[in-house]
Design a protein around this ligand. Structure first.
Ligand code: BG6
Length: 477
């Protein structure tokens, strides 16, 4: 179903994100018929260029970063016709009149701020000064949204001078992932899970986002951030919220976000012994973090594992273990809900510990499986065995060639005016309020990350974090 017609201005339209993700993604929506044929995309950046130059740049970007759709030359020809370019001076006056003259009336106006956060204020101000944005316009901003509570508050305040919260779309691309949304469908669309979704039946929850990539080429950004700011404060926090939130009374943007906010606010502070920071060192699998980041003295963490608690009735005494890292042994992201042991077994001689585990796989092989206990087949008597009830979405539903990726889906949501999958300002601030003291603690102690081999499952201490509690991480495979 096509969305309403729009003019989308991408500030930073020649940048990495625009070329890698935003424009190839929009091309896919164009091909699928979801982007209306007369919608327009206007790249805006500092360099001098004309429409033809920009169209050529985006052709090349699609050839480099697109997937099978890059063969569709007729489609690309039609798509690039929808592109325009304005050379703009974000902090000066150049280009703003041209931009205003380009914008059409009667269509949705959206502005993607794919630029450094220090420019948000200047852009927002000029959009208003020149009468380009109005009360129905939308703006899209990317992470990093601040680097601590104070800077996030300042950014929110800057945006709030010119835009209402209902116009601001803060992207966390994890919320656009199919399985992440499925988490809500599974929890609130089935009778099976929700009654068990609490401290009476759940032993603990594990969230893992393991990546095989290092930080090559992004060292200058990453080395100042580390895993806490880059992944935990946003992506992993969002996953935790969706797992832990109370059922919203309806599926609507503010109702869902109100429930997520309550989770973040109920997160207890984390003690230093409940956290392990790691940094990869060189191995046969790859170079060290310090080489990748080009900082021989870096103490930035490329891995983080922590245990936290949510102080509310539903989750009393249920630990949440989360971990994420770069250059790990496999690219694998999973949420595992580990249920409690049976209180009593009626099967004589069965000493094994049987547990139900619901595992939700984000990537690769998006899907879910539920570990259940059954009788081992054959004549051997009543012997029990654990097997997975597996549902790989591609097997169950057939591969969906047209499935949008996270960015595409979220950009279409901006045009539709649906904020459910975007972070609200208070959520972002609450998340920083929780991470700030942890980071300040490391800084005060000059914390040194534990080393782990590139291509491994992370530092030994991260294993111990679980072992001490008599639990084990799920295997990364
Ligand atoms: C980004 C982080 O937000 O998410 C990257 O800045 C990380 O460091 C990426 O690699 C992971 O996204 P995905 O979709 O590949 O899991």
């Amino acid at each position: 179903i096509p969305v309403d017609s729009f003019d989308l201005v991408i500030f930073g339209g020649t940048g990495d994100l625009a070329r890698r993700k935003i424009l190839p993604g929009l091309f896919r929506r164009f091909r699928s018929g979801q982007m209306p044929a007369e919608a327009r995309i206007i790249g805006a950046a500092r360099s001098e260029m004309d429409d033809a130059g920009y169209r050529q740049m985006i052709r090349e970007a699609i050839a480099e970063f697109g997937s099978e759709e890059k063969q569709d030359t007729a489609g690309i020809d039609a798509f690039v016709e929808r592109l325009h370019y304005v050379a703009i001076d974000a902090t000066g006056e150049g280009g703003w009149h041209q931009l205003r003259d380009l914008m059409r009336d009667g269509v949705i106006r959206a502005f993607y701020f794919s630029v450094a956060p220090s420019l948000f204020g200047a852009l927002a101000e000029r959009l208003h000064q020149h009468g380009i944005a109005d009360a129905s316009s939308r703006i899209v901003v990317e992470k990093p949204f601040g680097r601590d509570l104070a800077s996030a508050k300042a950014l929110n305040a800057t945006l709030a001078e010119h835009f209402d919260e209902s116009q601001i779309y803060r992207i966390d691309h994890y919320l656009g992932k199919e399985t992440v949304q499925n988490l809500m469908a599974v929890r609130f669309g089935n009778v099976l899970f929700e009654p068990l979704w609490n401290s009476h039946y759940i032993d603990h929850i594990q969230i893992t986002v393991a990546e095989t990539v290092g930080v090559t080429g992004r060292g200058s950004y990453y080395d100042k951030s580390g895993a806490m700011r880059d992944m935990v404060q946003n992506h992993l926090m969002q996953l935790l919220c969706l797992i832990a939130m109370e059922p919203p009374s309806i599926y609507d943007a503010d109702t869902v976000r109100d429930e997520k906010l309550k989770v973040i606010r109920a997160l207890q502070p984390v003690e230093p012994h409940q956290i392990v920071r790691g940094q990869y060192e060189a191995s046969a699998e790859g170079p060290s973090y310090r080489e990748d980041a080009e900082n021989p003295r870096s103490f930035t963490e490329s891995f983080l594992a922590l245990k936290c608690h949510i102080a509310n009735w539903r989750w009393a005494k249920v630990p949440f273990y989360i971990r994420t890292g770069k250059r790990m042994k496999a690219r694998s992201s999973e949420i595992a809900v580990v249920f409690k042991d049976l209180g009593h077994t009626i099967f004589e001689g069965d000493t094994a510990r049987h547990r139900n585990i619901l595992s939700i796989r984000l990537q690769p092989n998006e899907g879910m499986d539920l570990q259940v206990t059954i009788k081992e087949p054959g004549p051997g008597g009543m012997r029990l065995v654990d097997v997975p009830l597996d549902m790989t979405f591609a097997d169950a539903l057939g591969p969906d060639q047209d499935a949008p990726d996270a960015y595409e889906r979220l950009i279409m949501d901006v045009i539709r005016g649906n904020q459910t999958l975007f972070m609200r300002g208070d959520e972002v601030e609450a998340a920083w309020a929780w991470t700030d003291p942890i980071i300040e603690g490391w800084e005060a102690r000059n914390d040194v990350p534990k080393l782990y081999d590139a291509g491994s499952a992370g530092p030994e201490d991260a294993m111990m974090l679980m072992h001490r509690d008599g639990r084990r991480w799920r295997e990364i495979k």
